[in-house]
Design a protein around this ligand. Structure first.
Ligand code: GDP
Length: 295
């Protein structure tokens, strides 16, 4: 992930470092290269335009051009702006202390990694001393409940399956089951489709209305590139959500989606998933990710 973007940016900065003093032209050339690198990483063009404009404006100040280490200052500007683009600070999962159980609902397209993310989140919360329960409300994909049950078995977290195909009813029953069994967080896995469709959206809206989740998280596959933006925007309009779990960051995606999503939708990335194992979910730190991208 981000490998090619990192290489391109490192090249640009190396060239600047080799120059010593920098002119306005040097900055313009560097900014053009940064713009190309971001576009090739499939970052949304509007995001790229604003990003480069902000960097350029800051880099062209007399302070930076006449400083003793102008190249280093340019890198610092790009690092700051990249951190800002990714969300500036860590966005915590806010759970209510006085509501039992807390409900977290996951939405997203089929194959985005929702079911595995539900189990990973349950595992993370369990390690933090919580007693989560998983609710299998993806009644459209026949194997989803079995998959969740297997994952729940692996991490020692109960899975509520219910009967039938009424996902809204199952979600409500799961919350009551959690109350009966003193579980303090219910993680609701919902159905996705290959593409957004009306039925899926309506079901998500109905589940949300029925269980009033404390947090709705959208699971987004990092491999989707800047198309992510369309998908996420449509979800935001219909079900609204509080943040994103970016999955499959261990893949060789160019990273455009991850870099675009916050700026375009205003929704923070809260977690990233770096693999298929239960412990591969991590809290997202924009500053660390920005540093990683700049190498
Ligand atoms: P759902 O349809 O949204 O519930 O998607 P699943 O949870 O079934 O995930 C789809 C596929 O992606 C499965 O094979 C998962 O093991 C895989 N997957 C999910 N998250 C990750 C991840 O972070 N990294 C990798 N490499 N694979 C993942």
């Amino acid at each position: 992930m981000f490998d090619s973007l990192s290489d391109r940016l490192t090249d640009t900065f190396d060239k600047l470092r080799g120059k010593g003093k920098l002119t306005e032209d040097d900055i313009n050339v560097a900014m053009r290269e940064i713009r190309m690198a971001l576009l090739e990483a499939d970052v949304n063009f509007r995001v790229v335009k604003d990003f480069v404009a902000r960097c350029k404006q800051r880099c062209l100040t007399a302070d930076i051009l006449s400083s003793l280490t102008p190249a280093q200052n340019v890198v610092k500007v790009v690092l700051d702006e990249l951190t800002e683009l990714l969300g500036s600070s860590e966005s915590k999962l806010t759970l209510m202390q006085n509501r039992t159980p807390n409900v977290i609902m996951l939405v997203g397209l089929q194959g985005s990694g929702k079911t595995t993310a539900a189990a990973k989140l349950a595992y993370m919360l369990k390690k933090q001393g919580r007693s989560p329960e998983l609710a299998a409300c993806d009644t459209h994909r026949p194997a989803a409940a079995d998959q969740l049950e297997t994952l729940g078995g692996e991490i020692g977290v109960p899975v509520y399956r219910g009967d039938g195909k009424d996902a809204v009813a199952i979600a409500g029953q799961a919350v009551r089951d959690a109350i009966d069994h003193l579980r303090d967080v219910v993680i609701v896995d919902t159905a996705g489709r290959l593409q957004i469709d009306e039925l899926m959206m309506q079901e998500a809206v109905d589940i949300k209305r029925a269980v009033k989740p404390d947090q709705v998280l959208m699971v987004v596959d990092a491999m989707t590139g800047q198309d992510i933006v369309n998908v996420v925007t449509e979800f935001a309009e219909r079900t609204d959500f509080d943040g994103v779990i970016m999955s499959k960051l261990d893949g060789d995606a160019r990273g455009g989606g991850a870099l675009s999503v916050r700026a375009v939708t205003g929704k923070p990335i809260k977690f990233v998933s770096m693999g298929e194992k239960p412990d591969s979910l991590e809290v997202f730190h924009p500053d660390r990710m920005a540093k990683r991208i700049l190498g």
